[in-house]
Design a protein around this ligand. Structure first.
Ligand code: HEM
Length: 526
């Protein structure tokens, strides 16, 4: 016994072969039994089993994939429905709760929380960047080295180049649409504008979407086309991990040098970084890249090429579709609410503002404009849930205990619909709600979630606010706009809004008309 004789080895080999053949012929039974056992565990014995939610959500992660695709990418609406049915806390995934009570915002997004298990970012072709860092400790380290790039002092240094993109947009809207009485799909132009600003802010050079009037090199389209797959991998993490084991798959993941897919954006980004390094990163460039090239880790070492690339890429992702979605929501509501538009125009036209683009300092002092923007951010921010890992030892949520290590998430759009916070007209665009006195404004500010919460709140907030203030002022002062309906002459395709975790929209048709008294060519591109 216990001695390795040829006979013992033969016996062990025979046993292994027997076990293998048993597994092979009963594979399906074994798999079913395992899945059933896991489903029973998740449904009845899991630490989150006391929380209500849809049956399939409690036993499989695929349910949230289903919600992502269902009804043509309308997960925000499904999540709202689930809350109506099951209450403020819904078990959306076996190990994740979706919470719709704003009173838990600071518990979930507390200053030291970790991000919940996310897609293995290496698989998606990224390294650790500030927005993807999971642990609080690594997030603090990564945020510290780049935070100064996003400071208000630095953002102000970028103001003139943002102005140039606003002017370019106004010029294009005027010459291509208003002057020619042609219908404009403003959903696309809002996107061109936001992508140009974000690339300018990141690299000191806008791609030129606005000037070209199209999605240059298919950068945006390629990115959007990849989002459904990305969303599956984020939701079913084991699938992402399994894929990572497939030989050659990493090679197939997006990377700089690709001519299709997300890699196109990476190629573009790497070209600009290399060019800047060749130029010696001159002082006169105030953009984020300039700061990243000068940034230092705690031990004094610089950021690597890969780290700089990841930060830049993720800024393009985080700062473009987010801003354009808010701009679309805001303009749609202005063009369909003449009273709101008239009040905003009155405020802007009676203020002493620089033309064609007012300064950020001038605009932040205008109360009605700020109320309009707060309302647009409330309703137009993200429509996806933002997950966090529950810190030890856990917390009590609506009378039930959520243990540490589980995931909890909140969705900014779902919270924006809360009648408890915003009253019966929660879903309506009503800037007046921000103008009901200091006390009420402070109460609403407590629930602000558009830019996230806690230590991981949006670093680009000041950039977004600056560009939104300027572009809205420019549009309102320059044009009257009318939303067009399907079937009208010039409306080439129907409107479509998809929630791909970012809002992807096309077909927001607007008839622009230069305002009376505004000179032709007022927004001249120098
Ligand atoms: C209206 C426009 C924007 C909205 C609604 C928005 C929203 C958000 C939200 C909700 C988060 C938190 C995500 C989380 O907690 O996991 C976030 C993070 C972030 N955003 Fe924005 N964002 C906007 C514009 C921008 C812009 C223009 C930039 C950069 C140019 C930017 C860069 C970032 C970065 C770097 C982070 C990660 C911060 C961290 O993890 O420490 N965002 N944003």
């Amino acid at each position: 016994m216990g001695i390795l004789t040829p006979e013992n080895l033969r016996e062990a080999g025979n046993f292994a072969l027997l076990a293998l053949s048993f597994l092979k012929s009963n594979f399906l039974y074994i798999l079913t039994a395992l899945l059933l056992t896991r489903a029973i565990y998740r449904r009845y014995f899991h630490p989150l089993s006391a929380f209500p939610g849809p049956f399939w959500g409690s036993i499989t992660h695929w349910y949230s994939v289903y919600l992502f695709f269902a009804g043509g990418y309308k997960m925000h609406l499904h999540e709202l429905e689930l809350h109506k049915r099951y209450g403020p806390v819904v078990r959306l995934k076996p190990d994740m709760l979706l919470i719709a009570s704003a009173s838990y915002l600071d518990t979930v997004f507390h200053l030291k929380c970790d991000k919940a298990a996310f897609i293995d970012i290496e698989i998606a072709g990224f390294g650790d960047a500030v927005i993807t860092a999971r642990s609080h400790a690594s997030h603090v380290r990564l945020r510290k080295r780049i935070a100064s790039a996003y400071s208000m002092t630095n953002i102000r240094r970028m103001e003139t180049s943002v102005d140039a993109i606003v002017v370019s947009l106004l010029h294009q809207l005027n010459t291509r649409f208003a002057a020619q009485k042609k219908a404009c799909d403003f959903a696309l132009w809002a996107q061109y504008f936001a992508y140009d600003v974000v690339t300018d802010v990141a690299f000191g050079r806008a791609v030129g979407f606005v000037e070209a009037g199209k999605d240059v090199a298919g950068l945006v389209g390629n990115f959007h086309r990849n989002l459904p797959v990305g969303n599956i991998l984020v939701r079913v993490r084991w699938l992402a991990q399994l894929l990572a084991m497939v030989p050659g798959l990493r090679w197939a993941m997006p990377k700089s040098g690709d001519e299709v897919g997300v890699g196109v954006m990476m190629t573009y980004r790497d070209g600009l970084i290399r060019e800047r390094i060749r130029e010696g990163n001159p002082e006169k460039k105030p953009d984020l890249l300039h700061h990243f090239l000068n940034a230092k880790n705690d031990d004094g070492t610089p950021m690597t090429f890969r780290e700089i690339g990841d930060e830049c890429y993720l800024i393009m992702v985080a700062g473009s579709d987010t801003t354009s979605a808010v701009l679309r929501l805001l303009t749609r509501n202005l063009y369909s609410n003449p009273a709101i538009m008239a009040k905003l125009y009155a405020e802007l036209s009676s203020a002493r503002l620089s033309r064609p683009v007012p300064t950020f300092d001038q605009l932040v002092k205008l109360p009605y404009l700020q109320a309009v923007l707060s309302e647009a951010l409330r309703l137009g921010s993200l429509g996806m849930y933002i997950p966090r890992a529950v810190s030890e030892p856990g917390f009590e949520c609506h009378g039930k205990f959520v243990p540490g290590g589980m995931a909890v998430a909140m969705n900014p759009w779902v919270l924006s619909q809360s009648k408890e916070i915003y009253g019966e007209d929660a879903s309506e665009f009503n800037p007046e709600r921000w103008l009901r006195g200091e006390e009420e404004k402070a109460r609403l500010a407590k629930y602000e979630f558009a830019f996230g919460r806690g230590g991981r709140s949006c670093l680009g907030r000041n950039i977004a606010l600056m560009e939104l203030n300027k572009v809205v002022a420019g549009l309102v002062l320059g044009f009257e706009g009318r939303l067009m309906r399907e079937g009208e002459e010039g409306v080439e395709y129907p409107g479509e809004l998809r929630n791909l975790s970012i809002w992807a929209e096309k077909g927001m048709w607007v008839e622009f008309k230069l305002r009376e008294g505004v000179e032709e060519g007022w927004a001249k591109v120098e």
